[in-house]
Ligand binder design. Structure first.
Ligand SMILES: NC(=O)NCCC(=O)O
Length: 416
């Protein structure tokens, strides 16, 4: 059946998703992939997928099957699960290094007007079955979304939301440490951090928890947005942890938190430090960034010969007090639609389809990390980069008397 605007409503969705679509929500179609799948012939869909998602080792990415318990949890708790496999070529001197990696995207659990303690508890209760599903599926490294323990309240500029901040070894870390140990899984936990040893200031931080439940280290968000309603500079400053790469039991990982994905040199720095997988836990809305979303992480994976796991939260979060965007438009009480669409990108330019644009989800991928070096050998980007010239340009640029290297056409004003 077609709607009045000629679009087919989503197929096989749950009631909430169908209601969102019927209401004309920007959530509408679940993903580009599913939109194409439901509208193209199988033959054309295969070709469109090849063009959009690329090929891995000359083939379309294969879906992998997961244990029944994962599907049961997904059904019972109404989240999307998708799982794929990235291969690498066979090598004679190295065994394959296959790791199973997971990404979790979710909406908040109860209204932002609820007691803060209840909100946090409800989110943790909501995310727990998704972590259990990842654990049951044998995920080795799991990453949650940016500031996962709270609504993304920074649009409001109200300081009371700072109450969600926790010390690095606080409540959410302790909760995840048990699960990391239980499932022998590395967990990346992006939170609002309260730095108790430095004047109780607040940071946007990812805590990296090892598979023994130990805290391996932290990374603080390097680039703080000042765009649209993303007024995060009201709450925390640019991070002071550089570009650490955490060598875990399953591979070398980095975390490029949200807005850092717009900065190619930020991605580069994790690559120079040897990352094999970089996570990009995010919170971003459709009107602002959706056209950029499938491009930036994928480009970073290609340019730096590593895998990228991109995560965005889901849903529309409505806040108690309206705020303005400082653009002369009417005040409003929500950011807009967080469009989910979490996915993986690989160094060979292939990528998975995305999770739902409006449902909670768990994306799982097996990835042979040998692909990183194979692609470095094939394309030689590290070898052909001109780091010396970039470094000297950057050091000149930082000087107050920097002059851009522009050669003006002496005939620029001459009429023809
Ligand atoms: N959380 C965050 O940094 N959002 C900024 C908006 C964007 O980068 O799309």
């Amino acid at each position: 059946m077609e709607s009045s605007n000629g679009e087919r409503p989503p197929q096989g969705e749950d009631a909430a998703a169908a209601a969102a679509a019927a209401a004309g929500s920007i959530g509408g179609y679940e993903s580009l992939h599913r939109l194409l799948e439901s509208n193209l012939s199988p033959e054309l869909f295969k070709e469109a997928s090849r063009l959009l998602l690329g090929l891995n080792c000359g083939r379309a990415l294969e879906a992998i099957s997961l244990p029944e318990s994962t599907s049961i949890l997904a059904k019972a708790h109404n989240f999307d699960v998708q799982a794929f496999r990235f291969d690498a070529d066979k090598e004679y001197l190295r065994q394959p290094r296959v790791v199973r990696v997971g990404l979790i995207q979710n909406s908040i659990a109860i209204p932002t007007t609820s007691h803060f303690a209840d909100q946090k508890k409800a989110i943790m209760e909501k995310v727990k079955p998704m972590i259990d599903a990842a654990g049951d599926a044998g995920v080795n490294i799991l990453c949650l979304q940016e500031a996962w323990t709270m609504p993304f309240a920074f649009c409001t500029r109200e300081k009371r939301w700072c109450e969600f901040a926790e010390s690095v070894d606080g409540e959410s870390t302790q909760f995840l440490q048990q699960l990391a140990k239980k499932y022998n899984m590395v967990i990346v936990s992006p939170i609002l951090e309260r730095d108790v040893n430095h004047g109780e200031i607040v940071w946007n931080t990812a805590v990296v928890i090892g598979n023994h439940g130990n805290i391996i280290g932290i990374h603080r968000k390097n680039h703080i947005p000042r765009v649209g309603d993303f007024n995060e500079s009201t709450y925390y400053m640019e991070g002071n942890t550089g570009h650490p790469v955490f060598e875990t039991a399953y591979g070398k990982i980095g975390v490029n938190i949200c807005y850092g994905r717009h900065h190619p040199l930020n991605w580069l720095a994790f690559g120079l430090n040897g990352a094999e997988i970089v996570f990009n836990p995010s919170a971003t809305v459709g009107e602002l960034s959706e056209p950029m979303w499938p491009i930036e992480a994928r480009n970073a994976a290609i340019a730096n010969s590593y895998f990228v796991g991109s995560i965005n939260r889901v849903g529309t979060e409505v806040f108690p007090n309206p705020f303005t965007s400082g653009d002369g438009k009417p005040q409003h009480a929500d950011f807009g639609h967080f469009y989910g669409s979490s996915h993986f990108s690989a160094p060979d330019a292939s990528c998975t389809p995305s999770l739902s644009r409006y449902r909670d989800g768990l994306m799982i991928s097996d990835m042979d990390l040998n692909l990183c070096r194979q692609i470095k050998d094939k394309w030689g980007f590290r070898m052909t980069a001109r780091y010396d010239t970039y470094a000297s340009l950057l050091s000149e640029y930082l000087k107050p008397d920097f002059k851009p290297q522009v050669i003006v056409d002496p005939l620029i004003n001459k009429s023809v």
